[in-house]
Design a protein around this ligand. Structure first.
Ligand code: G1P
Length: 302
């Protein structure tokens, strides 16, 4: 690989852990994987493909389970459907149907047992090329807006080396839902050096209110660390513990504190908000939705 390409496109593979049962979204997720639920008109997995493609990645390593074949199926060509749309002359819909597969090449990795996020990420090493020294991980439950934080994280890796994670500053009483960072300041306010990381601590033990938010740019050494960790929080192999191990071994880890919003697409409350946000941006729906929300909220206040 030439030096120029290394600089312009350092991340080739984005790992997408998507084997979970979607319990917070039952009963819908009995038959529809949560990654296919549409945020207005676009499934969550396509939003991830879009973000991966914008980063310059070409491969989406989707860690999935046998019962969720639909996630990979979403990237397959449906010749009958495309033929029908062609015959109707509906080129706009045809383009939307073909879009996901045009963004990235999906590769399926089966996770047969729910052994944790660390286990899921570790499985993806098998699909990497020998010369890939960095990978991205994007958790499809986390919609991080505006998109583009990974590009900033890539710049920080260019400056400091090692691994770079996206962080949010959350209210202290929410830290127990996340991986939490112990940090030291750098010269740039939004970039902090990570001194330690702990998965879902009780509030009293949390080293800060900066938490991991589903976007990771990881040095390839993470796979060695993932082989060395033992089950942690919840009896699962935790990605957080492998990152903590990298820090203990002296590898640089930084966070970019994202100045934006985040929706948790894995539960209905977060999903509704994401739909409202995207609906208010959508050329076909924004006017009607804005009018409806105003009227509806006025009625609530009466
Ligand atoms: C995972 C990670 C956690 C991180 C969170 C972000 O937890 O283990 O460190 O803060 O994603 O959404 P999960 O929400 O899958 O339990």
């Amino acid at each position: 690989m030439s030096q120029t390409r290394e600089v312009s496109c350092p991340v080739r593979t984005v790992i997408v852990p998507a084997a979970g049962l979607g319990t917070r979204f039952l009963p819908a997720t009995k038959s529809v994987p949560k990654e296919l639920l549409p945020v207005v008109d676009t499934p969550g997995i396509e939003l991830i493909a879009e973000e991966a493609s914008a980063l310059g990645a070409s491969r989406l390593a989707i860690v999935t389970a046998a019962r969720k074949a639909g996630v990979l199926g979403y990237f397959h060509t449906d010749e009958q459907l495309e033929h029908a749309l062609e015959n109707k002359g509906d080129s706009a819909t045809l383009a939307r149907v073909r879009r996901a597969a045009s963004l990235v090449e999906p590769v399926a990795i089966m996770q047969d047992e729910p052994l944790g996020l660390g286990h899921a990420v570790g499985l993806a090493e098998a699909v990497l090329d020998d010369d890939e020294d960095v990978v991205a991980v994007m958790l499809p439950d986390d919609l991080v807006l505006p998109m583009g934080v990974m590009e900033t994280m890539a710049q920080v890796r260019r400056e400091y080396g090692g691994s770079v994670l996206c962080a949010f500053d959350v209210p202290r009483d929410e830290v127990s839902n996340y991986g939490v960072f112990e940090i030291a300041e750098t010269d740039t306010g939004s970039v902090k050096r990570v001194l330690g990381m702990v998965e879902k601590p009780v509030v009293e033990d949390a080293p800060s209110t900066f938490v991991a938010a589903g976007r990771y740019l990881l040095d390839r050494q993470i796979f060695t660390a993932l082989k060395e960790i033992t089950p942690g929080k919840g009896g699962e192999l935790q990605l957080t513990d492998a990152i903590e191990l990298l820090i203990e071994q002296g590898h640089p880890v930084h966070i970019v504190v994202h100045d934006g919003s985040r929706h948790d697409l894995g539960n209905p409350g977060g999903f509704i908000r994401a739909c409202v946000d995207f609906g208010l941006q959508h050329p076909d729906y924004q006017l009607g939705l804005r009018r409806y929300l105003r009227q509806r909220l006025a009625e609530e206040n009466d």
